[in-house]
Design a protein around this ligand. Sequence first.
Ligand SMILES: [Zn+2]
Length: 1078
Amino acid sequence: MGGETFEIATFKSSYPKLSAHPVGQWIPNIYKDRISIFTSGGQYETKNLRAMLSDGSASGTPHIKLSVWDAPDLSRPTFKDATNHKFKPASVGEWFGPSWSTHWFKVQITVPHELLEKELLELHWDANNEGMVWTEDGNPLQGLTGGGERVEWILPEKFRDGKEHMIYIEMACNGMFGNAPGGDSIQPPDPNKYFQLSKADIVAVNVEARHLYIDMWEIGDAAREFPTDSWEQHKAMKVANDVIDAFELGSQDSILKGRKIAQEYLGKHASSAKVYDSGTEPIVYGVGHCHIDTCWLWPWAETKRKVARSWSNQCDLMDRYPEHIFTCSQAQQYKWLKQYYPYVFDRVKAKVKKGTFQPVGGSWVEHDTNMPSGESLVRQFVYGQRFFESNFGERCKTFWLPDTFGYSSQLPQLCRLAGMTRFFTQKLSWNNINKFPHTTFNWVSLDGSQVICHMAPAETYTAEANFGDVRRSVTQHKSMDQDNTSLLVFGKGDGGGGPTWEHLEKLRRCRGMSDTVGLLPRVHLGEGVEDFFDRLEKKASNGLDFVTWYGELYFELHRGTYTTQANNKRNNRKSEIMLHDIEQLAALASIKSDFKYPKKEIDDMWEGVLLCQFHDCLPGSSIEMCYDDSDELYAKVFKTGEKILKDLSSFLGVQEVTTLSPRENLVAFNTMPWHRREIISTGNNQAGVACGEGNLLNIKTFKISETPEVTVNEVRSGVFVLQNEQLTVEVEGGSIRSLYDRKADREIVAKGGKANQLVIFDDKPLYWQAWDVEAYHLDSRKELSSGPTKISQSDAHQVSVVTETKISEKSWIKTYISLSAAFKGQQSYVEMHSEVEWQESMKFLKVEFPVDVRNTEASYETQFGIVRRPTHYNTTWDMAKFEVCCHKFADLSEHGYGVSILNDSKYGFATCGNLMRLSLLRAPKAPDAHADMGRHHIRWAILPHQGELGSTTVRTAYNFNNPLKLVQCQESVTPATFSNPIKLTGNPSLILDTIKRGEDDEDVSRGELSKGKGKSVILRVYDSLGGTSKGTIETTLDVKKAWKTNILEDDEEELKIEKGKLGITLRPFEVATFRLQL
Ligand SMILES: [Zn+2]
């Protein structure tokens, strides 16, 4: 080595040797705040970006000429009617009202010369209430929300001719949440609100400035919301401040420069649909939606208009934003649109065909799922899916129910039976005790059926499509071990009209940001709900095991909704029973004869009942106007039903018994599909024993034996004993101090306890009055003390005592406790009937039954089955169920013995230890100031039973809700003629719940879907107790073929029927539908 020479490189740097000036580090919060100030109102709005959003405007005559016609008496006239009236001049600044009134404006628009060439011209209209823009010839175009929200309507190209053009605006005097006084939207509406028309301007929009505004909104959010230890947060702050530094008021160049700078953060395509074509893998799928409550803080009539406004908006947005997919549920809303707004319906239909407007949900309305009967839940899907199929050619695959107050454990099974494998919801994020642990999971029914359930992790179904919503789609995602994708359901609900152009622009920026700097979850638009679930199902079929949740999705809030608006709930129960009877009788009549199955009337009745099961109607959370509406609708349902029943009675050859009728040929009218033996009063203190099977039961005279079969005695002063063969009931002070089962030789009332004791609680929940009852109400328990008890009935067949209890100066309750003669081999029960005058404020009335039975779980009837819930408060999950939903009965049983409490119209119950408690009445004052005030009639019963909960309870509860009716038959008619041609024998846990005609039978169908040949009968059978059950359908009808079908009545499996017998086996809690083809 050696001898080599190296040239030594001299390091030359241009880096200045001396510091030129001091440079400070940014103070983050100050530079962050500066970003907001750049786009906000206030002292700088004439100097910041806002000042450049418009490029000129015009208002007043001659450019905007206004005239108005005020619709009289709060009416909502049609376009044709309204525009036939004389309009009077109107101007900006005038007030319109009162609440709920409608005002039609003629708006004559002449674009001023200097604006004719501007890029984008809009009409800005704001009266702080909802409106609809109509063409001059009567086509509804777009909704307006008011109050700064959705105030723009884009002027059509043809308006740029310098001539006068005309539109109409239909103004509705309500805001998007009705007419609440002040800021508390759940207070009863103020009937006297007035609305000022504050703006009616032609505005030339500076489109680039508007784009920069959205750019800055999103980059500003990144600067504010990304973690401060991320480079992406610092970069956002830098880019935003660079944009502000570049801005010069009045300089369009500076706007363009700002947009260029913003691209450093958002990428090149952040203001176009192209942004979604980057080919990168998204994980958040945005879907536009508009949650329109079918009634709530406004009546149905307003909902019809909200639907038309909102969905027109969406059709319009789709034309401008090709990535926009909008999804909406509720067949009833589509039907209204078809009836009242055919122009909009056709627009929607065209978009459905294109795939951008996507019907979802498969149900008639977004209904409550706690209280409707099993058959009602079935019909929600039958009527929903049939509407979607007949109008759009396709059924829905996803059950969509973001906003309801708890989810029945049988929903997954019914979804599957209605052709739906997926379920979307959200409300459980409102739980105020425990956090629900999953985002995407398999939800499993009582019978084992499952659906994939997804709850959007952004925890809203009305997202504003904010940066934060996109972020939360990952930060709040609880199922990322299995799958990290999620839905982001965005768009203003109710009167807000769904997604806005701002939402769509913001999401474009979000996607651009994810692809440019990252960190934000990558959001995608252009795919629908079904695409999202298709991917999940595919992952599952490739071996991805989603976690499971078995049984009900109990909602830990809104527990008052099982009780509020008692009358409405009673009407629900009664109408369900009436429809059951009509369908059964009409099915059999129409098969045996040429009796015309009244399909149209039945459809109208069902659609009414299903509508009233909407998630703010049946639960009792709507304003008074909505209950006026539902009362009227139920009255119509009952009127139609009575008429059909009358026709059916004359077909059966029976008639009602009047006081004048001779007491001859009396029979008991029955619609329960099993043997019954009951005492039936035949008037004048006389009674008979109705016994048999079928629709008409023979009545035998009640034999009065030497030792009376039921007695009542005042054994000591104020102490009464009612007794029959099986039970001894001791009543003192209005409550039952002892209920002794003579056969089982055991006391039923807990030691020292008082059964049938009325109690009252203070009921002031944290906020949602009609909705909520909070655990602390239990601490305010007060026993009501009764007045004297009297014997009110002492007949050979039945005895009763009556007690009147004062609740307050204005309210009272009169309770009859009755015991009937017992039949050998049939469990006797104690029956209560009460009449209540209820004029309370924020109180909760209940009746208690402390029983000598011990179990850590109680059972509650639910749709097609039973739910077991804890009777203890071990964990917060157990405690949260301090008030739960039941149907016709609740039961507490231990090994060998139990007690069931039956009811005829109630849904709220609690079992705490051995204390059973039936909820009777509440008195919330918001949103209906008069909820539940007035007179109520309620029946309930205590049914003790040997053995555990069994078919005795299930069937007695049915019978209790379907009392036999005394009728008179023509001499020629013998009850045997009317023995049921269809019977179900076998395991007594099997219930033949529904008998009806096939929807598409040629003599029944109304033609919405293709007809089937011949006549068929549909039978719905379920296992009521949770065990594999075998039975036989026996029929005397000439059945050609028999099928097991789904609830939509699609044939699935052909079954063998031999000599009129069809053997069936059901899974525990299975709901099975059979179609007998005649
Ligand atoms: Zn809702």
